[in-house]
Design a binder for this molecule. Structure first.
Ligand SMILES: NC(=O)c1ccc[n+]([C@@H]2O[C@H](COP(=O)([O-])OP(=O)(O)OC[C@H]3O[C@@H](n4cnc5c(N)ncnc54)[C@H](O)[C@@H]3O)[C@@H](O)[C@H]2O)c1
Length: 262
């Protein structure tokens, strides 16, 4: 089986819904045990169903990636549960609560940076010593098409997602000699709560031109024109987490129906 993850254990931040759940699903399908972390216990029962379906072990940890002590405690709990082979830094936001993307608010810059960049680093920093000791590990960071297309996005969100690419490259250089692969995935537009909330906020402002997911709207930005799914991202994450991808590091791979070609 390509991307066989039998007996491996993966931490997936923000794994309770959206892309994180698609990544959890694909990892479980490939045999990985799951440690799901999220800000609360959303969709805990869905993770439990996944574990039963694929006969894997799982642990669910409530952990806000912006809170240093929650991250330290959460990762300690994870490491007591199992050796960790894979870390997927997926938790992310596109602005502070109530963001419409129409005005530049300081709180949007700060909140987005705190979750998407500092939060990602906080979790990585907590897991890395374990991977260094084992001399093996796979880290996958979720960036975005927004980093490279800088279209249909906000400056603060695009900036954080470009920072994720730079962080990925720096870590890949620093920890390659310790046999740790670090890569990023840049997903395209996928309908999750992330977009639903944004569209609702825009509608409240009277903006009715927000149907980004019609066949026509998708066809305008990506050659494949199909509605992408969280499992599309999960399939790539599972591959990057596997030994089949052992020669790949420092890369950001677009998984976006062809929106960005570089
Ligand atoms: N949906 C898209 O079109 C799209 C495209 C490109 C990149 N992304 C990225 O994919 C990732 C997942 O997005 P999604 O679309 O599934 O969104 P989502 O809102 O459905 O899921 C995000 C998850 O992150 C969690 N999270 C948010 N803040 C957190 C915090 N402080 N601590 C812990 N968990 C936190 C949420 O609880 C949620 O489970 C994000 O990094 C996002 O930037 C999404």
């Amino acid at each position: 089986m390509l991307a066989d993850l039998s007996g491996k254990t993966a931490i997936i931040t923000g794994g309770g819904q959206g892309l994180g759940f698609g990544i959890s699903t694909k990892m479980a399908q490939q045999g990985a045990n799951l440690i799901i972390t999220d800000i609360d216990d959303r969709n805990k029962s869905a993770i439990s169903d996944l574990a039963s379906k694929y006969d894997i072990k799982y642990l669910y940890i409530e952990m806000n990636v912006t809170d240093q002590s929650q991250v330290e405690n959460g990762i300690n709990e994870a490491l007591e549960f199992s050796d960790v082979d894979i870390l997927v830094n997926n938790a992310g936001v596109a602005g502070a609560p109530g963001s419409t993307g129409t005005v530049w608010r300081d709180e949007d810059w700060d909140f987005t940076w705190e979750v998407n960049v500092k939060g990602l680093h906080r979790v990585t920093e907590a897991v890395l010593p374990h991977m260094i000791e084992k001399q093996s590990g796979k880290i996958i960071n979720i960036s975005s098409v927004a980093a490279r297309a800088a279209k249909y996005t906000t400056s603060y969100y695009a900036t954080t997602k470009m920072a994720v690419i730079a962080y990925t490259q720096a870590l890949a250089r620093e920890f390659g000699p310790k046999n740790i692969n670090v890569n990023a995935i840049a997903p395209g537009r996928i309908l999750t709560n992330f977009h639903k909330e944004w569209v609702e906020n825009r509608k409240k402002l009277g903006d009715t031109t927000t149907d980004l997911f019609s066949k026509e709207a998708l066809g305008q930005v990506m050659p494949l024109g199909r509605a992408q799914t969280p499992e599309d991202i999960g399939a790539l994450a599972a591959f990057l987490a596997s030994e089949d991808a052992k020669n790949i590091t420092g890369q950001t791979i677009q998984c976006d129906g062809g929106q960005v070609m570089a």
